[in-house]
Structures are given as structure tokens and as C-alpha cells.
Design a protein around this ligand. Structure first.
Ligand code: G3H
Ligand code: 13P
Ligand code: ZN
Length: 307
């Protein structure tokens, strides 16, 4: 059933677990994620980025997600991910499709981020839609050359409290050293847990971790074996994700892990069965691998059995 982000995350917050937000761009990925949610009896957040909307269309993706949610007994949130374009966020709110939107004003000056986020919160709340906002730059710790630079870019705990009080947002994406994509760290996974503890001591609404893919080694190996050039890909370790959840993260954003699972499935199938050219057959192992990855995440985050 379709549910708001606030309902799902407030429950996770009280229960000490996190809910995965999985990016979809097509029917197959949505089907694969929903199979995992059913198998795991887990709530699920289905995210569509601006890029996904450019690729497949807001109404098209919305129709697919609505059908899937209506047929499911699990709480399903339909979420706009990283809405940077104000008009697109307003369009998503007014579409009647989304139960949650993210306004990503992280690249704006602080005052402007507060002002626009607040405006979107007022508009969305009138329609029962939740709002996720972002403060700080989602970037890897190794990207900062000095402590001063790191402090200037990662989320400041006091500012996070001020931001949440001023905007009334339902969830806050924090920058603690993760980055988007498959290349997060040159060496081991590194997150600023001290900063996260300080933020969660002050900020009482659910917190969100973006850039949380783990780049599972078995999937990476399969991609590489069948020709994908991702030798240096590195994600956040499961231990670090679990620690982040224990310190107050309630929503975990995953896209890259689904992309590499899709890639691994397609490449292996095409290699093993070069005589087959039916897209339904080519895409089935990719869907199965995505389901496996998503199920593992749900168990790791503690959301299995909570839907
Ligand atoms: O946060 C970014 C997501 O991974 C979406 O990526 O903008 O390429 O769709 P995208
Ligand atoms: P990954 O690239 O680590 O999967 O992060 C996805 C994300 O944050 C989507 O908003
Ligand atoms: Zn993100």
C-alpha cells in the first residue's frame, strides 16, 4: 500500500532499524525490488531521480509504482530523489503520484536552502506528502585536503538543528563522508561517525544516508569476469552501514548496487547464451540478482519482517 515517508521512517526511528530507498528507472528494476519487499515482508522506498524521470517519464514510472503498491501489502513510499529543479519538485507534488519528495538545496547558500525547503514543506504538507531535505555536500572523506575543508563541507550538527527547526522537513540527508556512485574510497570505507552522533543527539527527525551502496564483492567479481571495467569500485562496508543505523540513520539510499547487479546479470547471460536474443530472457537473471541484493540489504538494515 502507498504510504508517506514520514510514517515509514518515524516507525523505523522508534524501532531502531532503517529502510532502504532503491532507485528505479524501468519496470524490471521495480519488479525486482518489489519481489524482495514481498519475500522479506519489508517496507520499501521506491526512488526516482530527475535522470530517471528524463529517461522513462514521471507519469509512466508513477503508474508502474502505483500498480505495484496497490497490489502489495507492504508499505511502499514513492519518492522523488534529489529534486534540484524547483519546478520539477512542484510538479511532482502536484502530480498526485508521489508520497514523498526530496528537495536537494545542498548546493545553495544556507539561507536560500532554508527558504526554498520551507516553501516546499508548506506546499507538500498540505497534501500529506513528506519532504526530505539535504544539508552539506555528499562527498567522500578523501576528497577533502584539510580538516577545515572537511568541516566546511560535511553537515554541521548545530546548523542541522537550526535547519530542521526552520524548515519543518520530515527527514534530513546528512553528509558524513559517503559519495554517490561506485568509487567512494581509494582504500577502506571511512565515515565521520563522531559527526553523525553529534547530529543525531541534536536532531530528532529521521536521518538519511545517501551514497550508501556497498559494491558487494561477488557482484563486482561477476561484472569484471564478464567484461565490465570496475576494478577500483569500492563501497561502504556493511559494518559501517550497520553502525550508521545504530547511530540514528533511518533511510539508506542505494542505486549503484542495483546498477552493478543488473550489469552482472546481463553480461553473464549474454556470454553464456549468445544464441538467445529475447529481452525477457536476457533481463531475467538481472532481475533475480537485483532481488538478491535488495533482500540482503533489507536483512542488514533490520527492515525485514517490519512491513
Ligand atoms: O543520487 C543519485 C542517484 O544515484 C541517481 O542517479 O541521477 O544518474 O539517476 P541518476
Ligand atoms: P549510491 O550511488 O551509493 O547507490 O547512492 C545512491 C543515492 O544516494 C541515491 O540518492
Ligand atoms: Zn543521493
Amino acid at each position: 500500500m502507498l504510504t508517506s515517508l514520514a510514517t515509514v521512517l518515524n516507525k523505523a526511528n522508534r524501532g531502531g532499524y532503517a529502510v532502504g530507498a532503491f532507485n528505479i528507472n524501468n519496470l524490471e528494476t521495480l519488479q525486482a525490488v518489489m519481489v524482495a519487499a514481498e519475500q522479506e515482508k519489508s517496507p520499501v522506498i521506491i526512488s526516482t531521480s530527475e535522470g530517471a524521470i528524463d529517461y522513462a517519464g514521471m507519469e509512466e514510472l508513477g503508474a508502474l509504482v502505483h500498480l505495484a503498491a496497490e497490489r502489495s501489502k507492504r508499505p511502499v513510499v514513492f519518492h522523488l530523489d534529489h529534486g534540484k529543479n524547483y519546478d520539477l519538485v512542484v510538479k511532482a507534488i502536484k502530480s498526485g503520484l508521489y508520497t514523498s519528495v526530496m528537495f536537494d538545496g545542498s548546493s545553495l547558500p544556507y539561507k536560500e536552502n532554508v527558504k526554498v525547503t520551507k516553501k516546499i514543506v508548506t506546499m507538500a504538507h498540505k497534501l500529506g506528502i513528506s519532504v526530505e531535505a539535504e544539508l552539506g555536500a555528499i562527498a567522500g572523506i578523501e576528497d577533502f585536503v584539510s580538516v577545515e575543508e572537511k568541516d566546511a563541507h560535511l553537515t554541521d550538527p548545530e546548523q542541522a538543528l537550526d535547519f530542521v527547526e526552520r524548515t519543518g522537513c520530515d527527514a534530513l540527508a546528512v553528509a558524513i563522508g559517503t559519495s554517490h556512485g561506485a568509487y567512494k574510497f581509494g582504500g577502506d570505507s571511512q565515515l565521520d561517525f563522531k559527526r553523525l552522533s553529534q547530529i543525531s543527539d541534536l536532531v530528532k527527525i529521521p536521518l538519511v544516508l545517501h551514497g550508501a551502496s556497498g559494491i558487494p564483492s561477488d557482484i563486482k567479481k561477476q561484472c569484471i569476469k564478464y567484461g565490465c571495467k570496475i576494478e577500483n569500485a569500492k563501497g561502504v562496508s556493511d559494518a559501517h552501514i550497520k553502525k550508521a543505523v545504530s547511530l540514528g540513520i533511518d533511510k539508506i539510499n542505494i542505486d549503484s548496487d542495483l546498477r552493478i547487479a543488473f550489469d552482472a546479470g546481463v553480461r553473464k547471460f549474454l556470454h553464456d547464451q549468445p544464441e538467445v536474443f529475447d529481452p525477457r530472457k536476457i533481463l531475467t537473471p538481472a532481475k533475480d540478482l537485483i532481488t538478491k541484493v535488495v533482500s540482503q540489504k533489507m536483512r542488514m538494515l533490520g527492515s525485514s519482517g517490519k512491513g
